[in-house]
Design a protein around this ligand. Structure first.
Ligand code: MF3
Ligand code: CO
Length: 241
């Protein structure tokens, strides 16, 4: 899983490196795929079951698009956009799953704050991925932090266990009550992924069947890491080195 995670980080970094006005979301997908192919890996997103098999290796979700946006050669990034890149890697039967949200050129103060809060929410949640804690401690920490900054967490989409499959138990909501939920144990591997909305928690799915947007059209952000719970504390698997 460390290998899968490191390769996944490299794929995300390659896609991030070409983010600028004019880059298409299909370009972002191609940049990540090129790295995966170099390692003989593939993304577990490709053909993932849904309304129809997911058609790409990366999800690219811009502005009000929260998650599961489909890369397209027609969709160009523009100055001021924020784009979430979500990528998975299967390496020798083990999965890494991670996402970042990045600004394109100069972004608005609200967008900047949203990115900071969502990334910090991930860090705060990761710090709670410690044996002896309950899953609700993680969820509550994320929710409290996000709502404390006036933003909202989705009630519909969650993080998850990750391992031989991309989506394993338990489901890991970004909302909850401290002390509730399963007891965390060493050896568990969790994909924690705060999905944050500026206006309300509500979402809807576009007619393409995949793209999830904020119901009110407000900005959204998404950060994700796959993390191992170890006796030495949480270890982020989806990092470069
Ligand atoms: N990283 C995502 C998740 O954790 C995205 C997978 S959606 C897919 O659920 F359809 F593209 F696979
Ligand atoms: Co995930």
């Amino acid at each position: 899983m460390r290998q899968a995670g490191r390769i996944n980080a490299e794929a995300l970094a390659a896609a991030c490196a070409i983010i600028r006005p004019g880059t298409t979301t299909a370009d972002l997908n191609a940049a990540a795929e090129e790295v995966l192919a170099r390692y003989g890996c593939y993304s577990p997103f490709k053909n993932y079951p849904g309304p129809y098999p997911y058609p790409a290796s990366v999800c690219t979700s811009i502005n009000e698009e929260l998650v599961h946006g489909i890369p397209s050669p027609k969709r160009k990034l523009k100055e001021g956009d924020i784009v979430s890149l979500d990528c998975g890697t299967v390496y020798q039967g083990f999965v890494g799953d991670s996402a970042v949200t990045v600004g394109v050129g100069e972004i608005s103060p609200v967008a900047r704050r949203l990115l900071e809060v969502t990334e910090q929410a991930l860090e705060i949640g990761i710090a709670k991925l410690v044996a002896g804690n309950h899953l609700g401690d993680v969820s509550a920490a994320v929710q409290t932090f996000v709502e404390g900054h006036g933003f909202h967490v989705t009630r519909v989409y969650t993080g998850h266990g990750v391992g031989r499959e991309m989506h394993e138990g338990p489901s890991v909501p970004n909302f909850g009550i401290a002390g509730n939920g399963i007891l965390l144990r060493n050896g568990m591997t969790i994909a924690l992924e705060p999905m944050v909305l500026v206006g309300t928690p509500h979402t809807r799915v576009l007619p393409d069947g995949w793209t999830v947007v904020s119901d009110d059209g407000s900005l959204t952000a998404h950060f994700e890491h796959s993390v191992a719970i170890t006796p030495n504390g949480p270890q982020i698997l989806t990092k470069l080195e």
